[in-house]
Design a protein around this ligand. Structure first.
Ligand code: KIV
Ligand code: ZN
Length: 514
């Protein structure tokens, strides 16, 4: 069977970031982009450049450092978006502008309030304009799965003639089912006269849990690019999960006539990095990257695997990067060893001060924890980069008293806009006491939507990584903190969430008219 290339277009940094609470800083996005480049992703959608100055800077920084993947920015089909995307991508080794407009009757009538003719004409102008900046232009028909077939043929033909090299068919609202979606993709490829001049792509959302199935059926019907995200992160129920798509076509070579250039050995480290940066934990039974994905509980299974691995295992854990978190450093490791491991992880610092702070945090951690793994370093760097960002709230000191039969009591000293203030509170539990004390000073009027703790590595001495989700006026943020003391991690996570709420909100690409 001759195999065609399946292009893996990763949108963790754009659609993934549209998950409520998953917004990332420029440095965090850079770290993920480096992990995606290591994975050998073909295209990294780095962001939506016009959405905020922060996103523009992130796309620009990623375009400057990534050499082995194409770097892409999203833009609506309007001049300011396209110009901003082009500006951010200027220094990219290989750049793509991804422009889109909705094509379904419901979106055209109610959201855009435009006629189909106007939509075609705007799409064509957008593609032509984008082509004046880059040779690689992708056009998406937003809500394709609910669009009329003949209209899709018409607009696709027109944008290919205008210079679009990739045509993306999103199942924007996660409405499609595999047979129908696959047939739609196949028929479009067959019926659009100039279809051979473009690569057809799909972008599926997981509202019905069908994003991966829909994407794979599209591949069987001729799609040669899949848009996906690490851990299936993304708007609402998420996007098709990169690791599932990649491992499905790799494991079932008998069914899929394609191959990707992904190096699967970097899948698990990339998954952990995305989870740690966004604060979205990976469920234990998640395919490929969940903690239980390769764990055999039942005696019968264990017996079978020990006798002959293939009895119950269709993939090898080490092939997707399980066990890659090798023990790196300990108490006696010096600055050179620390710096060199960070470099291998693709972590760089903007200043010497930041590096010094990271090294002293590492020494503090090494005093509490004998073995330091890559995940510990990732969590530590996140903390340092957060601390270096101009923050309103920071933790200076805390003490928590928790005795059986007595209300837990927390005493904290916070630095608020540079000024130290002490505060104390009782609570229903120690975490509650800490949060109540913070709120006595912050008066944030937020709703606590989620509190979760995850061990960064194994063992009781592991760092606890805490995620705190706060909501205010419809805006949701996820704060994070890591420490061997989960109460300290909790306080830091809460303060981080408050700091995130202080940062300006971003423009959402799919809101309102273009
Ligand atoms: O889901 C969607 O339709 C999108 C487009 C902007 C590609 O994310
Ligand atoms: Zn999407």
């Amino acid at each position: 069977m001759t195999r065609e290339r399946l292009i893996i277009f990763d949108t963790t940094l754009r659609d993934g970031e549209q998950s409520p609470g998953a917004s990332m800083t420029r440095d965090e996005k850079l770290r993920i982009a480096r992990a995606l480049e290591k994975l050998r992703v073909d295209v990294i959608e780095a962001g939506f450049a016009i959405s905020s100055p922060g996103d523009f800077e992130a796309v620009k920084a990623i375009a400057e450092v990534i050499k082995d993947s194409t770097v892409c920015s999203l833009s609506r089909a309007v001049r300011p978006d396209i110009e901003r995307a082009a500006e951010a991508l200027k220094k990219a080794n290989s750049a793509r502008i991804h422009t889109f407009i909705a094509t379904s009757p419901i979106h055209m009538q109610y959201k855009l309030q435009m006629s189909p003719d106007e939509v075609v004409s705007q799409a064509v102008s957008a593609v032509k304009l984008a082509r004046t900046f880059v040779s690689d232009v992708e056009f998406s028909l937003e809500d394709a799965s609910r669009s009329e077939f003949d209209f899709m043929c018409r607009i696709i033909d027109a944008v290919i003639a205008a210079g679009a090299g990739t045509i993306n068919l999103p199942d924007t609202v996660g409405y499609a089912e595999p047979q129908q979606f696959g047939a739609m993709v196949g028929s479009l490829i067959e019926n659009v006269a100039n279809a051979d001049k473009a690569i057809f792509s799909v972008h599926c959302h997981n509202d019905l849990g069908l994003a991966v199935a829909n994407s794979l059926t599209a591949v069987l019907n001729g799609a040669r690019q899949v848009e996906c995200t690490v851990n299936g992160l993304g708007e609402r129920a998420g996007n098709a999960s990169l690791e599932e798509i990649v491992m499905a076509v790799r494991t079932r070579k008998d069914r899929f006539p394609v191959e990707t250039r992904i190096d699967p050995g970097h899948i698990v480290p990339a998954s952990r990095l995305v989870s740690s940066i966004t604060g979205f934990p990976v469920q234990p039974n998640k395919a490929i990257v969940g903690a239980n994905a390769f764990a055999h509980e039942s005696g019968i299974h264990q017996d079978g695997v020990l006798k002959h691995r293939e009895t119950y295992e269709i993939m090898r854990a080490q092939d997707v990067g399980w066990g890659a978190n090798r023990l790196v450093l300990g108490k006696l490791s010096g600055r050179a060893a620390f710096a060199s491991r960070l470099e291998e992880l693709g972590i760089t610092f903007d200043s010497k001060e930041e590096m010094n702070l990271a090294f002293s945090r590492f020494k503090e951690l090494a005093d509490k924890k004998r073995e330091i793994y890559d995940e510990d370093l990732q969590a530590l760097v996140s903390e340092v980069q957060m601390a270096e960002a101009s923050e309103k709230y920071a933790l200076s000191r805390m003490e928590v008293l928790s005795r059986t039969g007595q209300a837990p009591h927390a005493e904290l000293t916070l630095r608020i806009s540079g000024r130290e203030q002490a505060v104390q509170s009782d609570g229903d539990g120690p975490v509650d006491a800490v949060f109540k004390a913070i709120e006595k000073l912050a008066h944030s009027q937020t709703n606590l939507q989620l509190y979760s703790v995850n061990a960064v590595t194994e063992g009781t001495e592991a760092q606890g990584e805490v995620t705190v989700r706060l909501e205010k006026g419809g805006r949701i943020v996820n704060g994070q903190g890591a420490d061997t003391d989960v109460l300290v991690a909790s306080a830091r996570a809460y303060l981080n969430a408050l700091n995130l709420l202080e940062s300006p909100n971003r423009l959402h690409p799919q809101m309102g008219g273009v």
